[in-house]
Design a protein. Structure first.
Length: 91
């Protein structure tokens, strides 16, 4: 069972910035992105559900500061990447 991975426009902007300014972050993000489609709850980046996310909102580490924040929608097999910079909102 594969999930469709969608990226919010605000996250897309940060991803494009990384591609130019920090290629290592971009490569790690692409690795995480490929895993999200296959198994969004396991893999690299230490996936963990966010508190208060009702087991829908998860995060994975890109670095000590930066995370990929995403929602898993099992009923329609979609993973929605919400945010990719900062640690839960502190920028």
């Amino acid at each position: 069972m594969s999930y469709i991975v969608k990226i919010m426009p605000s996250a897309e902007k940060a991803i494009k910035k990384w591609k130019k300014s920090n290629p290592n972050f971009h490569i790690k993000f692409l690795d995480i992105l490929s895993e999200l489609g296959e198994h969004p709850r396991t893999g690299i980046g230490h996936p963990e559900p966010l508190r208060g996310g009702n087991d829908i909102t998860w995060s994975r580490r890109i670095s000590a500061k930066d995370r990929v924040i995403y929602d898993i929608q099992d009923n329609i097999l979609v993973v929605l990447v919400i945010e990719v910079e900062g640690h839960y909102g502190d920028k």
